[in-house]
Write a protein that binds this ligand. Structure first.
Ligand code: AMP
Length: 389
């Protein structure tokens, strides 16, 4: 996800810049001011509570803000990221935002402050008041809004300066100049981030061959636990010997071993642009492990894609492969093929469902030629990440 907060006094141009940013980066726009005005229009309980405070230029309570923000975020689970305008406005709200981001397993990438002197704010808001129809765009209320900003909102900046995600911009420059400065900041932040993809699909869906091709196209480290285990055996490492014994006894490879391998891979892959995971996570436990490992590296999942292929087509493909030289030991009989399909259904489908609830899983059709499927996956990776690098 890409999460940005626009900061600045009333009239700094946050709304204007938001229009462009939401389109450019495909973000979900959250303006607490707009949300409150909607509540007031609907004369909801929250709206009635907020009405007189807004009219006087004060800040509404953090309790009200947390309710409207939480509702908006949970109502929109599958977005590329959020653009916050007018939030956080108090130190408490900065903590609220932290908590919300943690819940979504993400973080605020940057807080961009548009700096505008007080008299310029007043001038702009009075001008806006001529056409905005907003009762709070009159001089007395404007002065009060600015007082609230200086007293309660400005201290929030220290919270973000300490976290290293704070950037300031001269908000008195032209709209285009401010826009291009914001763009520069976001692009720089994006280029620092890892692109982490999980590729799901039943055996036979093409996730292995697609995963390898995608890793080349986007310069990502391909992480496939099956071949990694095979590698360890071939090199006769300590882990390899353990795995060999387990294979020989027909036992499953415990999570401890898989985790160690993934951990090593992440440690040894400094300076890469990201990772594409195939065949991992396979179980609910492994999904928690992956989230934890990425978090340890200051990163998180960027995109989860599932390649969908109808069951009969999967069986046809696996059966065909079993007759070629590409036949894997686990595809050598119908019983083994059925076992693998069943394993996926029992263990991995619940993981995909969990990811779908938490982060949203993009489903693409695995039917058609290799290139057609490859293009569909590429499109999904680039969709919303077009400015990634
Ligand atoms: P805005 O549209 O952002 O200028 O907000 C208009 C008014 O809504 C403000 O003057 C506050 O009274 C109220 N408001 C908007 N966002 C917040 C917030 N995050 N915390 C407290 N009050 C808010």
């Amino acid at each position: 996800m890409l999460n940005i907060a626009l900061f600045g006094p009333p009239g700094a141009g946050k709304g204007t810049q938001s229009e462009f940013l939401t389109k450019e980066y495909n973000l979900f726009y959250i303006s607490t001011g707009d949300l409150l005005r909607k509540e007031i229009k609907e004369q909801s309980k929250l709206g009635k509570e907020a009405q007189s405070i807004i009219a006087s230029g004060g800040l509404v309570s953090d309790e009200i803000i947390v309710q409207i923000i939480e509702k908006t975020i949970t109502d929109n689970p599958n977005v590329n990221g959020f653009l916050f305008d007018g939030f956080p406005r108090t130190y408490i709200q900065a903590y609220i935002l932290e908590g919300l981001m943690i819940k979504l397993n993400t973080s605020l990438n940057c807080l961009i402050s548009l700096e505008v002197p007080e008299e310029e704010s007043v001038r702009r808001l009075l001008k806006r008041g001529e056409s905005s129809g907003r009762s709070d765009d009159n001089e007395t209320v404007i002065r009060n809004r600015l007082k609230e900003y200086n007293q309660k909102t400005l201290p929030v900046l220290n919270f973000y300066k300490d976290k290293g995600v704070y950037f300031d911009i001269n908000g008195t420059d032209s709209i285009e100049k401010v826009r291009s400065r914001i763009n520069e900041i976001i692009k720089k932040e994006l280029s620092k981030r890892l692109l982490n993809i999980v590729l799901f699909g039943y055996p036979g869906s093409g996730r292995g061959s697609q995963g390898k091709a995608i890793s080349k196209k986007y310069d990502l480290e391909y992480v496939a636990t099956g071949p990694m285990l095979g590698d360890e055996i071939a090199k006769q490492t300590k882990i390899g010997k353990q795995v060999q014994d387990l294979y020989n006894n027909g036992q499953l490879i415990p999570d401890e071993i898989v985790v160690k391998l993934i951990e090593q891979k992440l440690e040894n892959s400094k300076g890469v642009k990201g990772f594409i995971f195939k065949g991992f996570p396979r179980t609910l436990v492994q999904s928690y492990i992956l989230d934890g490992l990425l978090k340890k590296h200051g990163s998180s999942l960027s995109k989860i894609i599932e390649i969908e292929v109808p069951m009969l087509e999967l069986i046809r493909r696996l059966d065909e492969r079993s007759k070629t030289k590409d036949c894997m030991p686990y595809d050598s009989s119908t019983a083994k093929i059925v076992q693998r399909l069943q394993d996926h259904e029992i263990k991995t489908v619940p993981v995909i469902e969990k990811y779908n609830e938490l982060h949203g899983v993009v489903k693409i059709s695995g039917l058609g030629t290799f290139n057609e499927v490859f293009d569909r996956i590429s499109f999904e990776i680039e969709n919303g990440f077009k400015n990634l690098r």
